[in-house]
Design a protein around this ligand. Structure first.
Ligand code: DC
Length: 233
């Protein structure tokens, strides 16, 4: 165990996995059951994409988006609050952007900007700080491999791409967005390929992570499975 890990009295729970595996819902429920704080690292990349887009900075420009991310962190411009419904409210310079960061455009934008090393470097310290004391569930792509390689609990939550697309499509339709299932599946596959294929901190299962395949599991089943892993540690 590393010295950082040995200082923690409560565990860090890392939940990684591809888009649409149910991470957000499952991670929130696990955090609630344990009385832990939830840190949604994908929301940080989404907020950077939104800030870049508003500033007219192209997602492909790593140095410029990195500067946007570093400025947001320096200014303390990103904040996360508990929303009434139990989710996380994301604030960008005090403005509630929780809905604005969840569009398909910002999903692709977050995936693109997150592949740039300066963007990841800017957010890493913030993510480590958020989890340092333990008693926290962090969800993302590289929590168990890069952000907290010494996490006490590592879960890789996944599901088939068809199941993930169907779930994501239902969510988008419920929010009133006009998208087809085919477009959602193509979107998910494109993001998977980019998130897994990048050079820095790619999406991959940590060697010591427990794999949970939620393809034919309910949310309750997945939450129960993860809580069992936590209590076994
Ligand atoms: O989990 P999400 O769909 O909100 O994440 C949006 C994008 O952010 C995802 O496609 C890849 C990126 N991301 C990342 O690179 N590393 C993380 N720890 C979390 C998200």
């Amino acid at each position: 165990m590393s010295s950082e890990a040995s200082k923690r009295t409560r565990p860090v729970v890392a939940i990684d996995g591809p888009a649409g595996a149910g991470k957000s819902t499952v991670a929130r429920r696990v955090a609630d059951e344990l009385g832990f704080v939830l840190v949604d690292t994908g929301a940080m990349y989404r907020a950077v994409a939104l800030a870049a887009s508003r500033a007219g900075v192209p997602f492909s420009d790593g140095a410029a988006v990195g500067a946007v991310a570093a400025a947001l962190v320096d200014e303390g411009a990103l904040a996360f609050e508990r929303a009434d419904g139990g989710g996380v409210r994301v604030l960008l310079r005090g403005e509630d952007v929780s809905t604005a960061i969840r569009t398909p455009e910002m999903s692709q934008g977050a995936s693109t900007v997150s592949a740039h090393p300066p963007v990841r470097a800017a957010l890493l310290a913030m993510q480590r700080q958020a989890g340092a004391g333990g008693g926290v569930v962090l969800e993302g792509r590289d929590i168990g491999t890069v952000v907290f390689p010494d996490a006490e609990v590592k879960i890789f939550l996944t599901a088939s791409d068809e199941v993930r697309a169907a779930r994501r499509h239902a969510e988008l339709v419920a929010k009133g967005q006009d998208v087809t299932l085919e477009a959602t599946l193509a979107d998910i596959r494109e993001r998977d390929a980019r998130d897994s294929g990048r050079d820095v901190a790619p999406l991959k299962q940590a060697s010591d992570a427990v794999r949970v395949d939620s393809s034919s599991m309910s949310i309750d089943d997945a939450v129960g499975e993860i809580l069992r892993v936590v209590s076994a540690r």
